[in-house]
Design a protein around this ligand. Structure first.
Ligand SMILES: CC(C)(COP(=O)(O)OP(=O)(O)OC[C@H]1O[C@@H](n2cnc3c(N)ncnc32)[C@H](O)[C@@H]1OP(=O)(O)O)[C@@H](O)C(=O)NCCC(=O)NCCS
Length: 150
């Protein structure tokens, strides 16, 4: 099955929020937070949705300013994982970071999230630090960085 990616719009928010709440039941972003991100698009943000058979099955967002970019969020419906959707979105975010002149991309990931850490490892992100007890439940955040080579 082919994954289609396109830029996220406000019309996508109901579908995106369903995935957000399913994926992050403890600390889901509100619709207002996502709307705020889209308000900054395309100036400093690049958000995409991923479609399989016309259904939104994932989304991801990048923030970019100057020569740095950050992966803001990435999620795929639980029943659609391990099919290349997350990788396709991450590839697009990294390409956008390059197009915008970023020299490095940063992100934070929960220390207890081996799936996401496996994806980031696979894409060449390296751990650069730990924020102890960063999340509300006391879990550490691992900060990761990928250098982009022009
Ligand atoms: C992280 C996430 C977006 C990955 O999406 P995905 O569509 O499953 O990712 P892909 O299928 O493109 O996987 C890409 C590669 O990452 C690695 N990977 C992905 N999931 C993995 C897992 N559970 N265990 C080990 N490796 C994994 C593999 O190398 C995989 O390639 P392969 O399937 O050819 O072996 C998805 O697991 C998710 O939505 N998780 C919950 C939300 C989340 O944690 N977001 C990140 C917050 S920082």
């Amino acid at each position: 099955m082919t994954v289609l990616l396109r830029v996220m719009t406000a019309d996508d928010l109901p579908a995106v929020m369903r995935i957000e709440r399913e994926t992050f039941p403890r600390d889901a972003w509100t619709e207002g937070m996502l709307r705020g991100e889209l308000d900054d698009q395309p100036r400093t943000r690049h958000y995409v949705v991923a479609l399989l058979d016309g259904e939104i099955v994932g989304y991801a967002g990048l923030s970019a300013a100057g020569d740095q970019a950050d992966v803001q969020t990435i999620a795929v419906l639980s029943g659609r994982r391990r099919a290349g959707v997350g990788g396709a979105m991450l590839t697009e975010l990294l390409a956008e970071a390059v197009r915008r002149g970023a020299r490095a991309v940063f992100l934070e990931v929960r220390a207890d999230n081996p799936e996401a850490r496996a994806v980031y490892d696979r894409f060449g992100f390296e751990p650069i630090g730990v924020r102890r007890h960063y999340y509300d439940d006391g879990t550490d955040a691992i900060m990761m960085k990928k250098d982009l080579h022009a």
